[in-house]
Design a protein around this ligand. Sequence first.
Ligand code: ITT
Ligand code: NA
Length: 181
Amino acid sequence: FDLYFVSSNSHKYKEAKSILNSFGIKLGFFKLSLDEIQSTSLKEIAEKKAYDAFSKCKKPIIIEDDGLFIDSLNGFPGPYSSYVFKTIGNKGILNLLTTKRKAKFVSIITYCDKKILKSFDAKLDGTVSKSQNGMGWGYDPIFIPKNYKKTFAEMKNKNDLSHRFKSLKKFSNWYLHKMES
Ligand code: ITT
Ligand code: NA
């Protein structure tokens, strides 16, 4: 492989691999848990994570940092999405919400090699559903993208419209140009 995805989360890798494949990019996997600094900036977390990943793997890598930002909770869980999922989970999130349910998923992809550290971000607006629907990983059973009626977990085409699709699309445009020059 020319490019590796570094993450502890194989769900993220599977989706990233399939998305990048559709753009003609093959993606390997280093399953590693990376140190995450405590910061309110996803980009800062992502760039530190990417640098750490490159130092360990010594190959061109990408990492991804995501967050679910809920408007009525002032953006919580945001940068704490991974921890909040492991602690209170989807049930805990549903218990915190009343009528206002607007939320967004944010994805940052950071590329790192010997010379370059570069980030690509994207967001997807939506709402938090009233109950968990469908079988999926992470927040998939409670996130409904804007203009849709189903949760990510119930959709067949999540990978065609997700926050991950959008950030990887930006990344691949840049990456494919870079490989040509
Ligand atoms: P890394 O090792 O790559 O950091 P992680 O799972 O900790 O893996 P993040 O720090 O990016 O990943 O945490 C974001 C959390 O948000 C993640 O653990 C999921 O619970 C959730 N999440 C991110 N993208 C998601 C998606 O497409 N569908 C459902 N949940 C998602
Ligand atoms: Na993480």
